[in-house]
Design a protein around this ligand. Structure first.
Ligand code: ADP
Ligand code: MG
Length: 334
């Protein structure tokens, strides 16, 4: 009964939100989706685990809901897909299910998820609800998107000589998280989302779509684990090496109060920025902005050579240093 009441609450809160691709949403044994003609379906799933991806004492419930969806949307963005629908499997500890007061957490979680879903014109089309075997809240989100057949942006298309670009700025998510750890609480009110790169990251859906539609990128990946780690993924998938220009890396304003070395460290290895990293031939003119977000050229791809590093950081005084993938697991720190 408790679960039924919760599912009814979820159904009602998404009843008004519609997605063109969803012919039948929550309420039957299956959802029915209708991808646009000429498209293929892209699928991604992401866990959001209490203690691993968020802390109930630090993250407002709206942030947990937002980030749960944002992680999946960012994967769709990285491939240039148009989001169709989300599915959410949720395991909740017994107390929030039984106690009406603890229901506020769930209500606020869905409020955060719903706000981001509305922004991207998608809806929650189904899921599963169960009692968690522990005190931890566990969520697994599945996102489906559509892209013209054969046109999705992959990690494997970068060529030696291509330039390397990044959207937005880097290091902000790690900087916000470290100040959350220092404060040991979420500061009073949620202000403009631009100030919350960790708690309310903005997946770059419109940019991914533009890169695909305008045939700008040869390869693309989203930066979830950190620039150094995700660039290494792109290099391996494309069988190329990369050179990063330190002076070109756009630092998030939240890193500016840190020492230059610390700021660079967060931008290179911080993770959770959910920006896009992509390659394009130097003959392709890449706009300075896409969907209102700055695009910065931060390096280039080169031929992969035995005994040469996969990634090189070109320093401010012409130095060359091997760049190792060091993206970190945030909550292994706490
Ligand atoms: P079944 O037992 O047939 O799987 P459920 O009772 O689990 O049915 O689910 C009933 C409906 O509610 C289904 O449409 C399902 O997709 C939806 N649903 C269940 N849990 C969630 C959830 N956490 N979020 C969104 N939809 C959900
Ligand atoms: Mg079920």
């Amino acid at each position: 009964m408790k679960e039924l009441a919760l599912i009814e609450q979820i159904r009602r809160s998404f009843a008004a939100s519609r997605s063109k691709a969803v012919a039948l949403g929550i309420g039957d044994d299956c959802a029915i989706l209708r991808p646009p003609a000429g498209s293929e379906v892209l699928v991604t799933t992401d866990f959001t685990l209490e203690g691993k991806h968020f802390r109930r004492d630090l993250h407002p419930p709206e942030s947990v809901g937002h980030r749960c969806l944002a992680r999946g949307l960012s994967d769709l963005a990285a491939m240039g897909a148009t989001p169709m629908a989300a599915f959410l499997s949720l395991a909740l500890p017994a107390s929030p299910l039984a106690d009406p007061k603890s229901r506020t957490w769930i209500t606020r979680f869905f409020k955060g998820l719903r706000a981001l879903a509305d922004q991207h014109h998608i809806t929650l089309a189904g899921g599963d609800t169960a009692e968690s075997p522990s005190d931890a809240i566990l969520a697994d989100i599945v996102l489906l998107g559509a892209a013209p057949i054969g046109r999705s942006l992959r990690r494997s298309g970068a060529k030696p000589g291509d330039a390397l670009y990044v959207t937005g700025s880097l290091g902000g998510a790690a900087a916000e998280l470290s100040s959350l750890f220092t404060l040991n609480t979420f500061p009073a009110k949620i202000s403009k989302t631009v100030n919350h790169p960790q708690t309310f990251p903005q997946p770059r859906i419109a940019i991914g779509q533009a890169l695909l539609r305008r045939k700008l990128a040869t390869a693309c990946i989203d930066i979830s684990d950190g620039l150094s780690t995700d660039l290494a993924h792109l290099c391996r998938a494309s069988n190329v090496a990369a050179e990063l220009e330190q002076s070109a890396i756009p630092l998030h304003p939240l890193t500016r109060k840190l020492a230059p070395d610390a700021a660079l460290n967060l931008a290179l290895h911080g993770g959770e920025d959910y920006e896009l990293l992509f390659s394009a031939p130097t003959s392709t003119r890449i706009p300075h902005q896409l969907a209102g977000i700055p695009i910065t050229r931060i390096g280039q791809f080169t031929r992969k050579q035995a005994k040469r590093p996969l990634m090189t950081l070109l320093g401010l005084e012409g130095t060359r240093a091997t760049l190792e993938p060091h993206g970190w697991e945030h909550f292994s720190l706490s």
